[in-house]
Design a protein around this ligand. Sequence first.
Ligand code: ZN
Length: 378
Amino acid sequence: MVHGRELEHGVPDVLMSQSATRRQDQLSLFESDAALMARIRALPKVDLHRHLTGSLSADMAVKLGAAHNIELPSYIASELHQVLFSHSGIETHADYFSPWQILNKLYKTPASTQDLVWQVIEAASADNVAYMELRLGPRGFLGDADYSFEEFTQCVAQVVSRANATLTTQTRCVLGIPRHVFIKVPETTRKKMLAKIIYTIREYPECFVGVDLNGDELAAPSSAFSSFFHLARDAGLGITVHAGEIGSDAADVAYAVEALSATRIGHGLAAALDTRTLTMLGERKATMELCPTSNVLLGVVDSVSGMPIRRLQQFGVPYAICTDNPARCQTSLSEELFKVAKAFSCTFDDICQMVRLSVQVSFADDAAKSRLRQLLPN
Ligand SMILES: [Zn+2]
C-alpha cells in the first residue's frame, strides 16, 4: 500500500498543492458539524435579501422601546420574543407578518430609526456579514410617520454611512415598494409617487443602490408597477422583484425579468415549475435570492431540502442564499448557509463559491466588489 506522503514525493509544487486541495475538499465532506459551522461563521459573508424590520429582534425592540419611550407589549425581551416571534400557528402571509404591527412603532422618530438601523447592522457584523443589502420601505411617504420620506431617506443614509465607516459590515439599501399598499392609490397618482421615490433615493447613491417590489403577491400584479422599474433602470439602480414566493405562477418570475428588467428575483421558487422559465433564467443568468427558513416558515416548502436548488443548478440558474427576515425566522446568514450545506451535501468550498456569486450579482459598485473579493478565500 502506498501512502499519500510517498505519492507526493518529487511531485512539482503546483501538483502538490492541487493534490492537497483535493484531499482537503474530500476531508471537508466529512468534517464535523461543529467544524463546518465554525468555518461558515468565520467566513466573510454576503446577504442580498434582508429586510430591515424583519431583522429587529425582541432584544433590540426592548432597548429601542425603552430608549425612545415607545410603547410595547412587554419590556422583557423573552416575553416580547414569545409575543412577536412564535413559530406556531403561522398559516398565512398575514400571520407571518403580524409582528410588523408592533415593530413598526420603533420607527417613531428619525433618532429611533437611526438607532434601529445601527443595531441591525451591528447584529450582521457579529455574524461576519461583510456586505448586505438591507431592504426598507418608503416610510413617511404615505403619512405613516411623523416625518417625511425625505427625512427618512436622509437619516438612513447618514446612519449607513457612519456604520460603513465604523463597522466591519458594508451596508447598502434597496428601497422596496409594498405592492398591496400602493395598489390602492389611483394609477396616475401612483406613477407620480413612485417617480418621486426614485428621485429621492437618487440623492444618496452611496446608500440606495436598488429597488424592489414586495408585499402580498396575490394582492397586486407586478405590471401595475412597470413605470417604477423603467425609471429605476434608467437611473442606473439595481432591480430585484419578489416573485414566485407565495404566488405559484412561474410567469410572474418571467415577467419580472423580461418586462421589468430584474436581474435578481426574491425567492422565485415558482420558476422551478416551468422549464421555459428556467431556461430563460439560465440564459440571462438572473439570480434567485433563496431564503430557506423563511420559505419553510411560510409553508412554501416542507423543509430546506425541498428548496429547488438542484433544479436551478440543472438549468444554470444562479442562486444566492439569504436570510429574508432573520429575527422573524430566528436565523442568521451563517445558519442559512449551514442548513443548505447539510441539506444538499455541500462542502465548505461550495459555500465559498455561493458567497463569491453573491458578490458578483450584488448591486455594489466595482470597487466595493473588488474589496469584498479580497476578503474571501481563494
Ligand atoms: Zn423578502
